[in-house]
Design a protein around this ligand. Structure first.
Ligand SMILES: Nc1ncnc2c1ncn2[C@@H]1O[C@H](COP(=O)(O)OP(=O)(O)OP(=O)(O)O)[C@@H](O)[C@H]1O
Length: 250
């Protein structure tokens, strides 16, 4: 992979699909138009206890992620890492506090607006990176482009992304024909297909051997060099070590 940093996307005005920029990795991302694409302010997450007392999982959590950086959430199982990821991605709302995307609070948006903004800004890869069994790797990567009728326009980029994650020769394989690490890489490529600025990833290396885990770590690190901001939950010390910043949850 070309390591020349001079083509990195740094700043620019609010982007449209036409303004997307070719990066050194031959994929496209939208220019970063805010130095802090993702911010959590005073976030508290409390779950009803189903008859028992409500459980406060996260209290007054603060995090500001600068563009092109990677932040790891580490800590014991059940400490609230996934809960923070889903709140950061606008998939669930916090009990208290607020989430800001490019400086704009989700509190000021209705559900449709949150969905639209999420599609433009955030790629979410959940634990295991679920793929559709009956579709090829390429079709899986293109799935987010279906609602906007963008499949034809995005096909070249999807192929580039699969090449970027080392699956250029596996693009017509179905998930069942891929290894766990390869499936995870397809899920990451899928999360990048809409020109994502923020990648939110849950335990990307959990079920992988060291070699494949390191490939995923390399891919995540490369995306930050393309200006993408990465928020990742993990128990993997090697991933924690390469991040630009980290939070250890109790
Ligand atoms: N929808 C929910 N309703 C009630 N409790 C929940 C809900 N979602 C998560 N929890 C609880 O909140 C706690 C934190 O869960 P979460 O999945 O955020 O932890 P985690 O740090 O990601 O764990 P792991 O490392 O095992 O993935 C757990 O005790 C879990 O049981």
């Amino acid at each position: 992979m070309n390591e020349d940093p001079t083509n990195n996307v740094t700043s620019g005005p609010a982007a449209t699909a036409e303004e997307e920029v070719q990066t050194r990795s031959n994929t496209i991302v939208r220019p970063t138009d805010h130095q802090m694409p993702l911010e959590l302010r005073g976030v508290t997450i409390r779950y009803e206890g189903g008859g028992a007392d409500p459980l406060t999982i996260v209290e007054d959590f603060n995090l500001g992620l600068e563009a092109g950086t990677m932040h790891c959430l580490a800590g014991r199982s059940g400490s609230g890492k996934t809960s923070i990821l889903t709140v950061a991605a606008g998939l669930t709302m916090p009990t208290a506090g607020e989430v800001l995307w490019e400086g704009q609070s989700l509190d000021a948006m209705d559900d449709d607006e949150i969905s639209d903004r999420r599609r433009a800004l955030i790629g979410y890869v959940d634990q295991g990176g679920a793929l559709i069994d009956g579709m090829s790797a390429l079709e899986n990567v293109l799935l987010p482009a279906v609602p906007d009728g963008q499949v034809a326009e995005r096909t070249e980029m999807a192929k580039n992304l699969l090449g970027l994650v080392g699956l250029g020769r596996r693009m017509h394989h179905r998930p069942a024909q891929l290894s766990g690490g390869e499936r995870q890489r397809v899920a990451i490529a899928r999360a990048l297909i809409l020109g994502t600025k923020v990648l939110v990833v849950d335990e990307p290396t959990a079920s992988l051997d060291r070699e494949h885990a390191n490939q995923i770590i390399g891919i995540l690190k490369d995306t930050t060099r393309d200006g993408i901001t990465v928020l990742v939950a993990t128990h993997d010390q090697e991933l924690i070590d390469v991040a630009d910043s980290r939070t250890y949850m109790n």
